[in-house]
Design a protein around this ligand. Structure first.
Ligand code: T4K
Length: 368
């Protein structure tokens, strides 16, 4: 029997490379509140990601909550139902009303052509997600935001290292939010970040993640504790050096799947964005009605073989109890998202996955 295969497995650097960094933390006794590793990791990330200002966080969810606070978002926020639930939860935690808009069938990102109809006098922002690391139509979204004077926040939890037509994808919108969770393409065990367009905005974000303190005795906002520790920052710094190799291996796996599944009728591989742009964070397939089994039956079949694929994102956020009463959550408002939620399966993809594992997954899917 082969080992169980999960949808992902965290990529880790060799432990011996981390030990000297841990020793430094032990020796310095600086564990958090913006130590040397924190400073170094911020600088290194800016360089690697091609952005000017980055603020490190304990996780992506606290970063999302803080991003909304930083821009003083109020009222209604247009967002996608096709994401991890943290996206919309960040709105509810800020007392904001999510207004769901359907997604584009090609990318499964929010469909810009449907946004305008959802704008009301209470709308102040758009919270979009680069799902699976595939870029949103950032130009179309920005045009709408400019027309209606809305702020744009990108949940870029899946989009670490992704470039678009004009450099880093993270430079679009008013703020972008990253996650460095263990399951992500780049991880610091737990972690996250906000990318700000200018130093002034970064300063506000930095104050907000430190309880609102600007100095020892002055508090300027009702902030939170969102600070990344030295442990996570040191790990991140080390992980950066291994990121390119990890993505290269992911790209090979992605290519293997595409070949292995190319002749399977009823299975469509999503997001063929090409090697230049993607980070190969996920491998979503669409199980079409012409496949001989339903998505859920295929999910169970793989599970019987100890292959734990995931139905990201099922159920849709709009179907969870705290959202389903909203007028915009009704299924007839979100036909594409509902179809996707019932048909998408994310197959295992991570650097340590072996070619023979990928071939086995393809074989099982082809056999049905
Ligand atoms: N926005 C978006 C669009 C997001 O996708 C997320 C997080 C966020 C915001 C929030 O960012 P964070 O606050 O998390 O930084 C996972 C993650 O917990 C979550 O971070 C992620 N999205 C979401 C898409 O997936 P689960 O419930 O699927 O994780 P779990 O524990 O079932 O892990 C999946 C598989 O990964 C396991 O079967 C085995 C493997 N695994 C997992 C962990 C945690 C390991 O091998 N080692 C590990 O330590 O939510």
């Amino acid at each position: 029997m082969s080992n169980p295969i999960y949808v992902t497995q965290p990529h880790l650097p060799p432990l011996e490379e981390f030990l000297p960094m841990l020793q430094e933390i032990w020796d310095s006794r600086v564990l958090t509140n913006g130590g040397e590793f924190h400073r170094q990791f911020e600088r290194a990330l800016c360089e690697r990601l091609g952005v000017q200002n980055i603020s490190l966080f304990t996780n992506g969810t606290i970063a999302l909550l803080t991003a909304l606070q930083a821009l003083r978002i109020t009222g209604e926020v247009i967002t996608t139902p096709y994401s991890f639930v943290a996206t919309s939860h960040s709105l509810l935690w800020n007392g904001l009303k999510p207004v769901f808009v359907d997604v584009d069938p090609r990318t499964l990102n929010i469909d810009p052509s449907k946004i305008e109809a959802a704008v009301s006098p209470q709308t102040t922002a758009i919270l979009a997600v680069h799902v699976y690391g595939h870029p949103c139509d950032v130009d179309a979204i920005q045009r709408i935001a400019d027309n209606y004077n809305l702020r744009v926040i990108y949940d870029a939890a899946h989009a670490f290292g992704v470039d678009c037509h004009c450099g880093s994808l993270l430079n679009h919108g008013d703020l972008s939010v990253l996650s460095f969770h263990a399951t992500k393409v780049f991880n610091t065990f737990e972690g996250g970040a906000i990318v700000s367009p200018d130093a002034k905005t970064k300063l506000r974000v930095d104050h907000l993640k430190n309880f609102g303190f600007v100095d020892e005795t002055t508090v300027v906002a009702p902030g939170i504790n969102g600070k990344m520790s030295e442990f996570n920052a040191a790990l991140g710094l080390l992980q950066l050096g291994h990121f390119d190799a990890a993505v290269a291996r992911r790209a090979k796996i992605d290519a293997l799947y595409r070949v292995g599944l190319s002749n399977v009728s009823g299975i469509r591989c999503l997001n063929d964005a090409g090697e230049k742009r993607a980070n190969f964070a996920y491998f979503p397939i669409l199980v079409e009605p012409s496949y001989r089994k339903s998505r859920d039956v295929l999910y169970d079949l793989l599970k019987q073989h100890e292959i734990y694929s995931r139905r990201y994102f099922y159920p849709l956020i709009s179907d969870f109890p705290m959202y389903r009463g909203l007028p915009s959550a009704q299924r007839n408002n979100l036909p594409v998202a509902n179809t996707a939620a019932s048909r998408v399966l994310c197959l295992p993809i991570y650097p340590a996955l072996r070619d023979e594992d990928v071939n086995r997954v393809c074989h099982l899917i082809a056999k049905g």
